[in-house]
Design a protein around this ligand. Structure first.
Ligand code: WQD
Length: 335
C-alpha cells in the first residue's frame, strides 16, 4: 500500500477513485480548488469510507501551495485529475485550457521532482485519437487531436515521455478514458455539473428530474445502426478501479504504461435514452436537433491491452450506469 495524492480528487472521477483507493488500503490525500466540485463532497466521502478525509484547498497553478502540500506528506505516487475537460469550452477558451491543463501539470511534475516523488497516473482521453482511421481505437492508433482540450492532453502525454527519457526515475500510467458515466452505488457521489451539461448522460438525468424539458438528439443521420452517435460508455466505478490497478503497477514495479479504459462496446444516443427510461420508469421527451460541431459518428475502445496488462475488465452495464445515475440525481434533488 502507499500514500497517494489525488489532484482534483473532489471531482467526478477523482471522488470515485478516492473511494476505491481507500477500499484497497491506500492512504489518500486530496487537493482540489473546488472550481468544479461542491465542498460537501468531502463529507459524503467520509460517510462512504467511514473515515476522515485529508484534503487541502488550492490550485495546481499555485506553486507555493503545491510545495507546501508535498512538504506535509510523504507521497509514494500521484494521480492527476485536476484539469478542465469540456471540448466545446476549450474551443472558446484555449488559453485557459493550456494554462490549467499544461502549466498546471508542469507545476505538479516540478513539485513532485523537488519532493523526490516520481510515480504519476495521468488522466487522459480517447479524443487524442481524433477522427478514427480504424475502429476500435487501439493505443497505437494515430494521435490527431482536434480540440484545444485534446491537444492539451497530448502535450501532457508528450511531457511525460520526454521527462522519463531524461530521467529514468520516473514511471507513469497514461489512462485514455472513453465516456465515463454513472454514479456510486451509495448515491452519495456522482456527476454534479454546475450548469447545463455538455455530456449526454447528465443531460438526460436533468430531463428525467424535470430540470430540463427534453433531450436534444444531436443528429439522427450518422452512419450508425439507428442514425444517432455511438460511444463507449464506461461506468465511473469501473474507471476508478482501473486507476487503482494502474497505480498499483507503479508502486509494485515502476512499470510505465499507456492504456485505453473503455468497455469495447458502443451504444447509441437512443440506446442510452431507452436505458434511462427503464431506470427512471417513465418515458423521456426528446427532439431531433442539428448535428453538434466536432462530433463524429462512432468511436469505441479496443480494451485488450488494459485487460492483458492490468487484468482490467469493465463489468458494469449501460443499465447499471443509468440506474446508478438516476438513484444519484433523485437523492440529490430530494436532499
Ligand atoms: C455523446 C453522444 C453526442 C449531448 C466528450 C469529450 C470527451 C470525454 C467525454 C473528457 C454524442 C450525443 C450529447 C446531448 C446528444 N470527456 N449528445 N445530446 O462528445 O463523445 O465526448 O465527453 O474526457 O473528451 O469529447 O460525449 O456525452 O458529449 O456526447 O445527442 O445533449 O451523445 O452527439 O454522439 P463525447 P458526449
Amino acid at each position: 500500500m502507499g500514500q497517494i495524492l489525488l489532484t482534483g480528487g473532489a471531482g467526478y472521477i477523482g471522488s470515485h477513485t478516492y473511494v476505491e483507493l481507500v477500499a484497497a488500503g491506500h492512504e489518500v490525500v486530496i487537493v482540489d480548488n473546488f472550481s468544479n466540485a461542491r465542498r460537501d463532497v468531502i463529507d459524503r466521502l467520509e460517510t462512504i469510507t467511514d473515515a476522515p478525509v485529508t484534503f487541502h484547498v488550492g490550485d495546481v497553478l499555485d506553486k507555493a501551495f503545491l510545495a507546501d502540500v508535498f512538504a506535509r506528506h510523504d507521497f509514494d505516487a500521484v494521480i492527476h485529475f485536476a484539469a478542465k475537460k469540456a471540448v466545446g469550452e476549450s474551443v472558446e477558451k484555449p488559453l485557459a485550457y493550456f494554462e490549467t491543463n499544461c502549466t498546471g501539470f508542469s507545476n505538479l511534475l516540478m513539485a513532485m521532482q523537488d519532493a523526490g516523488v516520481f510515480r504519476v497516473v495521468f488522466s487522459s482521453t480517447a479524443t487524442v485519437y481524433g477522427e478514427p482511421v480504424a475502429l476500435p481505437y487501439t493505443e497505437d492508433h494515430r494521435i490527431a487531436p482536434v480540440s484545444p482540450y485534446a491537444q492539451s492532453k497530448v502535450i501532457c502525454e508528450t511531457l511525460l515521455e520526454q521527462l522519463k527519457a531524461s530521467d529514468d526515475r520516473w514511471s507513469y500510467g497514461v489512462l485514455r478514458y472513453f465516456n465515463p458515466a454513472g454514479a456510486h452505488d451509495s448515491a452519495l457521489i456522482g456527476e454534479d455539473p454546475n450548469d447545463i451539461p455538455n455530456n449526454l448522460m447528465p443531460y438526460i438525468a436533468k430531463v428525467a428530474t424535470g430540470e430540463l424539458p427534453h433531450l436534444n438528439v444531436f443528429g439522427d443521420d450518422y452512419d450508425t445502426p439507428d442514425g444517432t452517435g455511438v460511444r463507449d460508455y464506461i461506468h465511473v466505478v469501473d474507471l476508478a478501479q482501473g486507476h487503482v490497478q494502474s497505480v498499483g503497477k507503479l508502486l509494485d514495479h515502476d512499470d510505465t504504461h499507456v492504456l485505453n479504459l473503455g468497455t469495447g462496446t458502443g451504444y447509441s444516443v437512443f440506446d442510452m435514452l431507452r436505458s434511462y427510461e427503464r431506470a427512471c420508469g417513465k418515458p423521456l421527451p426528446y427532439e431531433i436537433a442539428p448535428r453538434r460541431a466536432g462530433d463524429i459518428d462512432c468511436f469505441f475502445a479496443d480494451p485488450a491491452t488494459a485487460r492483458d496488462y492490468l487484468g482490467f475488465e469493465a463489468t458494469r452495464s449501460l443499465d447499471d450506469m443509468c440506474q446508478s445515475s438516476w438513484n444519484w440525481v433523485s437523492r440529490l434533488r430530494n436532499s
